[in-house]
Design a protein around this ligand. Structure first.
Ligand code: ZN
Length: 186
């Protein structure tokens, strides 16, 4: 799926969480923002992901991986402040080491991100979980599939929608408009 589809599906996941939880601690916009952001994180390992059009757009992929790995080590160094830094650091290191659609597209990564956000603020964890999971589910609808059980190397798929195809855009736009209408009545 394209980065925009992930962003829109993540937004829809955030609206669903905001509707389901009644957003007791945080404004619904924050819940939706966290889910949308979380939905872009798995492609931190991808060459041309949406996230890199905003962060480090001109850096080549080797330098990018080095930067991600260095940021990971830096984060681990800050572990004594919070275990959130340790988890973030490990996440970044594994992202830097392993190829696209491996570690970041797994239940392990989903758990690490959810736990990290839980340590920062438990009220935001459901949004992070839903946004990140929405990415893995959306990519499970592509021919390539997703290695949910990584490091076990089996790729799971529930459909074969090619990335960038008309159906890809239809899914993204349907999620966006659906999210917008539900948001209006929240
Ligand atoms: Zn992906």
């Amino acid at each position: 799926m394209t980065g925009w589809t992930h962003l829109f599906v993540g937004t829809a996941a955030g609206v669903a969480v905001a509707a389901a939880t009644g957003h007791p601690e945080w404004p619904k916009e924050v819940i939706i923002g966290v889910a949308a952001a979380a939905a872009t994180v798995p492609d931190l390992d991808a060459e041309k992901s949406l996230i890199y059009q905003f962060v480090l757009p001109k850096v080549d992929s080797k330098m990018r991986r080095l930067a991600i790995g260095a940021a990971g080590l830096g984060s681990i160094y800050l572990t004594h402040y919070s275990y959130a830094f340790l988890l973030t650091g490990l996440f970044l290191l594994l992202t830097a080491i392993f190829p696209h659609r491996t570690f970041t597209h797994s239940l392990l990564a989903l758990g690490m991100i959810t736990w990290t956000v839980y340590l920062i603020d438990p009220g935001l964890a459901p949004a992070a979980f839903a946004g990140y999971a929405s990415h893995l589910i959306a990519d499970s609808m592509t021919p390539h599939g997703v290695p949910w059980l990584w490091p076990y190397q089996r790729y799971f798929r529930i459909a074969r929608v090619p990335t960038g195809s008309g159906m890809d855009h239809v899914i993204g736009l349907t999620a966006l408009f659906g999210a917008f209408f539900v948001w209006l009545i929240l």
